[in-house]
Ligand binder design. Sequence first.
Ligand code: NAD
Length: 380
Amino acid sequence: MKKIRTAMLGTGFMGKVHTEAVRRLGNVEVVALAASPGRDVGPLKDSYNIDYVTNDWEKLLQDPDIDAVHICTPNSQHAPMTSAALKAGKHVLCEKPLAMSSAEAKQMLDLAESKGLVHATNHNLRYYPVVQHARQMIAAGDLGEILVVQGTYSQDWLLYDTDFNWRILADANGPSRVVGDIGSHWMDMIQHLTGLKITSLCGDIQTFHKTRKRPKGSVETFSGKTLAPSDYEEIRIDTEDFASVLVQLGPRCRGAYTVSQVSSGNKNSFRFEIYGTKCGVSWNQESPDHLWIGHRNAPNQIIVKDPSLLAAKAAAFADLPGGHSEGYDDSHKQLFRRFYQRIADRSAPIDYPTFADGVRGMHLIEKVLESSKRRAWVDC
Ligand SMILES: NC(=O)c1ccc[n+]([C@@H]2O[C@H](COP(=O)([O-])OP(=O)(O)OC[C@H]3O[C@@H](n4cnc5c(N)ncnc54)[C@H](O)[C@@H]3O)[C@@H](O)[C@H]2O)c1
């Protein structure tokens, strides 16, 4: 069978994760990479073991032998790269948050649909096997009516005013940092699991560091080193470090979440708790193979990932036997597998988040900012 030929736009954290995950699929070949203008492509050719590495992503998109692309660049690049890729006839898997605004995201969705191309937004965190088990429990009615959703996505990597990344700047990131970067995952997850939509919310955002010190050299060069004061320039910050959000999902379900990039000791502490009229479930990304089930009148349980013990539809997201961990890398692989199945066979189910989920995500991000600005509840 002919392999699907794909390319990565962006060679940072996600470019590497996507390349590795795609290479584990078997039916897809990563044939090209686009690095940022000016970046020395020689070391990338060696480290990725790919001959075709270019600084010119627009030229790459004109290659008729490339079927699909992954957009793994800063958020400001998502819409222009996606739009050019779709116009060149490529299927597109784009990172989250999908765009800089919901209007931009909607244009991406409309273009993909009008071209009849396959499109996905990379909400990979849905695809841990025990998370899918929680979804199947909820669908089967095991939790009863869902009453309460709670959780957080907490990190600490931007705690100090000397911590720096493109996400800090609205020009590259969009107007919301923590809600866009990690709150988008939390809101997507809770809606994916419960099947409910966030219908109203009340958000409060805070930028603790009104200014930050930007290294005068490249961040990679300086990372991990102690700099002298003269190595920095001070800049004003226009994206938030923290948010707390109350949510309503329909007439009865209520909840709240926090998102933070300044909570020391938390690396990627993504937690959800979902409580129904019969029992509750809770999961933390930092312990990905375990699902807690809470009972009122019986001992609580911990389900350990083991495909032979998971609901059948959840077991389809586990490739290894129990006792062998499946984590962050594997969640990407599961999503990508389904995206490429759909490219190979248009009758395959759309069992992955599309640009429509990305549009919804952008809409909710904007609603959190609007609510915080107005200091009021807003309907979504
Ligand atoms: N799904 C997830 O779990 C997850 C995790 C992290 C990041 N992300 C998303 O992935 C995207 C990338 O984030 P990252 O953490 O990999 O950032 P990063 O800074 O590590 O990598 C971004 C890369 O894009 C490259 N780039 C910038 N402009 C370019 C251009 N014009 N042409 C080619 N390359 C260009 C940069 O050189 C860099 O290599 C963001 O949208 C982010 O929100 C998703």
